[in-house]
Design a protein around this ligand. Structure first.
Ligand code: CAA
Length: 384
């Protein structure tokens, strides 16, 4: 068993770290405060090849492995989780699904520009539309309908909490075609945002990842061509679940990055700040906190790498992805809370970044399957 990164992975780590510190760090506090979408950062990530990292070069991607992807996600999330969630959704939930299950025509038309993050020099990214007002964790309860009208589907309904909601050009939408078949009657459709009847709702005013744009999306009699269905009739829910397995690795890497970023800031602060006549780090109470933080982060990293390597080795990664997501998300929440505690009063104000990281960490326990859903997935795998 070799835990070391290869030369290419080390280069990706360095590139992502430089990008995070030079392009994401300046303005990260202001973007959070004013809910400003990091468009400039995403366009530059696209130039680096980070918006379609695992996609084959045949379809405009960088052709890298999942380990390289999670390394990049960790480094960017250490600084700016709003930018990294946009990157994660495009890479894992949109590009991966299209490459794995799309037709050749769909790959040429949609995947190729999505993997490059640009079309005709303009931002071109995707979003994944599963959640609804009444279907969050209970994802099979889809109320959005895709009525079969012969050569097109008539799409009606509302999707909620959609990352990249207004900035995406392409939506992957899950909708019920045949209610009598339950989740086997769900289809996933590629829907261009520009189609008549697609309405982007108001932007959510969120606790964390405030730079990312999260919207509800309404569909009113949207005509979606039949050739835009992904996979066979009724494959839509399985598509969503299989895609989410990879998405969960991306979000686990995001949570890991948030935790690692907060830890690094805390370590630095503890070496500079003095109290009771000595540096903070000289106090055993603080050392113990840092020791526990570092240990949990390393354990989370190993789980993230394990899930990534299962995926790269074409093993079933349902279980390892759920474990990585659960553990990394819980670690992010706990570590960032400890980071604020170590910083004391300074931790509670914006300039020191850790309060933002604590708010950002919370969503990793919720999206792409809550921690409770991950436990369901893990529990069911154990029974099997
Ligand atoms: N991988 C592969 N297949 C899976 C799966 C997984 N992780 N989880 C479920 N399935 C399959 C099941 O095997 C079953 O198919 P078969 O019968 O053909 O085998 C089918 O899906 C239905 O599963 P269940 O019978 O277990 O359904 P359930 O209703 O009891 O529970 C659930 C399913 C696991 C709770 C599921 O609904 C779920 O994962 N919910 C969470 C949804 C979620 O993650 N939403 C995130 C939204 S996207 C987002 O957040 C993106 C963003 O913007 C950042």
């Amino acid at each position: 068993m070799d835990f070391s990164l290869n030369e290419e992975q080390l280069m990706i780590k360095e590139a992502a770290k430089n990008f995070a510190n030079t392009e994401c760090l300046p303005g990260v506090i202001e973007r959070d405060e004013h809910m400003k979408f990091p468009k400039e950062q995403i366009l530059k990530l696209a130039d680096l090849g980070f918006m379609g990292m695992m996609v084959s070069p045949d379809y405009g991607g960088a052709g890298l492995d999942t380990i390289s992807y999670v390394i990049a996600m960790e480094e960017i999330s250490k600084v700016d989780a709003s930018t990294s969630v946009c990157m994660s959704v495009n890479n894992s939930l949109v590009c991966w699904g299209l490459e794995a299950f799309g037709t050749e025509e769909q790959k040429q038309k949609y995947l190729t520009p999505l993997a490059q993050g640009k079309k005709d020099g303009e931002l071109y990214i995707g979003a994944f539309l599963l959640s609804e007002p009444e279907a969050g964790s209970d994802a099979t309860s889809q109320q959005t309908t895709a009525e079969d009208k012969g050569d097109y589907y008539l799409l009606n309904g509302t999707k909620n909490w959609i990352t990249n909601g207004s900035s995406a050009s392409v939506y992957l939408v899950m909708a019920q075609t045949d209610k009598s078949k339950g989740f086997r009657g769900i289809n996933t459709l590629i829907v261009e945002k520009s189609l008549p009847g697609v309405v982007v709702g108001a932007k959510e005013n969120k606790m964390g990842i405030r730079g990312s744009d999260t919207h509800s999306i309404q569909f009113a009699d949207v005509k979606v061509p039949k050739e835009n269905r992904i996979g066979k009739e009724g494959f839509g829910f399985n598509f969503a679940m299989q895609t989410l397995n990879g998405g969960r690795i991306g979000i686990a890497a995001q949570a890991l990055g948030i935790a690692a970023g907060a830890y690094e800031r805390s370590l630095q602060y503890a070496k500079q700040r003095k109290s009771f006549g000595k540096e903070l780090i000289e106090h055993q109470a603080i050392q113990f906190k840092l020791a526990d933080m570092a240990t949990h982060i390393e354990a989370a990293r190993l789980l993230v790498y394990k899930a990534s390597s299962d995926k790269d080795d074409k093993k079933d990664y349902t279980l390892s992805a759920a474990m990585a997501k659960l553990y990394a998300a819980e670690t992010a929440m706990w570590v960032t809370t400890e980071a604020v505690q170590i910083h004391g009063g300074y931790g509670y104000v914006k300039e020191y970044h850790v309060e933002r990281m604590m708010r950002d960490a919370k969503i990793t326990q919720i999206y792409e399957g809550t921690s409770e859903v991950q436990r369901i997935v893990i529990g069911r795998s154990l029974i099997k």
